[in-house]
Design a binder for this molecule. Structure first.
Ligand SMILES: [Ca+2]
Length: 401
C-alpha cells in the first residue's frame, strides 16, 4: 500500500473526507435522506460548559486547564455523514459563527458540491435571531449565486452588496436553493472532526479561537435545528483579513526508519514543557518492528529532550491520544522555533506508525497558529526538516503543575 501523496512525496494518505464523499456519491437520494436523518439527531451535544478556565471548547468535552498549547482537534472524531443535503427550495443550511474580526465583507466561501443534477444555490450572510438565521439577507442583497460542480472544495461567492460584520456578534452563512424547483441535490460539506472553533487565534496563536456559537444548522420547512457538525467556511473582509475554518482534509502521516513527523512551533509565550501529546495509531499491518519515540528539537536541530513515546502494545489501528512526560521540563522561548516529533528508527515502511493531522484547501494563514505552526517531517533522521504550511499536526503541550 503506497502512502505517499502524488505531488510532493509526502508520507501521508488522504482518508476520511475522501471516503465520506465516496459514500455520498455511492448512495441514492432516499438513502441520503435516511442517512441524514440518522445522523441529525442528538448523538452529539453542542459544547455547553462555560467555565472560563478552559481555553478551548471541543465537542462533548474541553481541554483541561493544564493544556497550555496545542491543536487538540481530534481527527475523525465525528461518526456518520459529513455532508448535509439540500434537495428542494424548502431546505436550507446555516453555518453559524461569531465574527472574530469584524469589518466589511465582500465574499464568503463554503465547501459544497452537487450530489445530483446541476443545482444552483444562493450563499450569503444573515443576522442572528435567537440562534437561528433572521430569514432575510443582510442589506437585502448580501448573497451570491453559484452552480455547484461535481468536485468538493471551496466555492467562493461574491456578495451582491458588501456588508459590515461587528466583531463578537453572531452571524449565519445561509445556503439555500436559487431556483424552484431545485435542479438536483446540493451537498454542503462539514468537517469530520470534533472542533467548534476557528483554528487561528490572533490574540493567542498557541491555542484555537473558541466559538461557543459555532455550529451547522439545518432547516427542512418548519424549524432550524443544530446539527453539531464543525463547518467549513471562510469570510473575506475588504482589507484582506480572512476568518473561518479552512481545514477540509484529515490525513495520516507515516512514521518509520529515518522519517520523523511532528509539528514546528514558534510559541507566542514562554513555556516550561512537561508533557507532549500526539494523536497516533499503528499502521494497517499492526506490527511495527520498533517502539515509537519522541524528540524535542530546537531550530538548529539540537535535541532538547527525547524518550519513548509509546510501546507497540499501547497502540492499535484506531488513532488515540498518547502523552509522553519529558525526563525534565524543557523551556520553549517565545519567538524561537522548535520541533516536536515522533520516530521509530527500526520500523520499516510496510509497518509504519501513523501520526494524524489536518490539511487545508484554502489560505493556510488562517489555520492553527497561522504559519508559526506547521506540520513538519524529516526524511533523514532529523538532520533536515520539511515544514508544511498547508497542514498542522494534532497535538497538545502541558506545563508542570
Ligand atoms: Ca498552521
Amino acid at each position: 500500500m503506497k502512502k505517499r501523496s502524488r505531488k510532493r512525496s509526502k508520507p501521508r494518505t488522504r482518508i476520511v473526507l475522501t471516503l465520506a464523499i465516496l459514500v455520498i456519491l455511492g448512495i441514492s437520494a432516499v438513502g441520503a435522506a435516511i442517512l441524514f436523518n440518522q445522523f441529525s439527531g442528538d448523538g452529539n451535544k453542542p459544547p455547553n460548559d462555560t467555565n472560563p478556565n478552559y481555553p478551548v471548547k471541543i465537542l462533548n468535552k474541553q481541554i483541561p486547564p493544564g493544556y497550555v498549547m496545542g491543536f487538540p482537534v481530534e481527527a475523525g472524531w465525528i461518526s456518520g455523514m459529513n455532508a448535509i443535503f439540500i434537495e428542494n427550495a424548502g431546505q436550507k443550511v446555516s453555518i453559524r459563527f461569531t465574527a472574530k474580526s469584524g469589518g466589511t465583507v465582500t465574499n464568503v466561501a463554503i465547501d459544497a458540491l452537487l450530489y445530483k443534477g446541476q443545482p444552483t444555490v444562493k450563499v450569503g450572510l444573515q443576522e442572528d435571531s435567537n440562534g437561528s438565521p433572521e430569514g432575510q439577507w443582510m442589506k437585502e442583497n448580501a448573497f451570491g449565486i453559484v452552480q455547484l460542480g461535481s468536485k468538493s472544495g471551496f466555492k467562493t461567492v461574491q456578495l451582491g452588496t458588501a456588508v459590515t460584520l461587528t466583531k463578537g456578534k453572531v452571524y449565519h452563512v445561509v445556503i439555500e436553493a436559487a431556483e424552484d424547483p431545485l435542479n438536483g441535490t446540493a451537498a454542503i460539506a462539514s468537517y469530520q472532526a470534533n472542533g467548534f472553533a476557528q483554528p487561528l487565534n490572533p490574540d493567542d496563536p498557541d491555542i484555537v479561537w473558541n466559538d461557543p456559537q459555532m455550529n451547522i444548522l439545518y432547516y427542512c420547512g418548519d424549524a432550524w435545528k443544530e446539527q453539531n457538525k464543525w463547518p467549513i467556511f471562510v469570510i473575506s473582509y475588504s482589507d484582506g483579513t480572512l476568518e473561518g475554518q479552512p481545514y477540509t482534509l484529515i490525513a495520516q502521516w507515516v512514521v518509520w526508519g529515518a522519517t520523523y513527523v511532528g509539528q514546528t512551533l514558534i510559541p507566542a509565550s514562554d513555556y516550561n514543557v512537561e508533557k507532549i501529546a500526539f494523536d497516533v495509531s499503528l499502521g494497517s499491518s499492526g506490527a511495527p518492528q520498533d517502539r515509537l519515540y519522541y524528540q524535542v528539537r530546537d531550530s538548529s536541530s539540537n535535541i532538547l529532550a527525547e524518550g519513548v513515546f509509546a510501546e507497540r502494545s499501547q497502540l492499535n489501528t484506531v488513532r488515540t491520544w498518547v502523552e509522553a512526560t519529558l525526563p525534565t521540563p524543557v523551556t520553549l522561548k517565545a519567538g524561537k522555533l522548535y520541533r516536536i516529533s515522533v520516530l521509530s528508527p527500526q520500523t520499516d515502511f510496510a509497518n509504519a506508525y501513523y501520526l494524524f493531522g489536518h490539511e487545508f484547501s484554502y489560505n493556510a494563514s488562517i489555520g492553527y497558529g497561522g504559519l508559526q505552526y506547521q506540520l513538519t517531517s524529516s526524511y533523514d533522521g532529523g538532520r533536515s526538516w520539511n515544514d508544511n504550511a498547508d497542514a498542522d499536526a494534532v497535538f497538545k503541550i502541558t506545563t508542570p503543575g
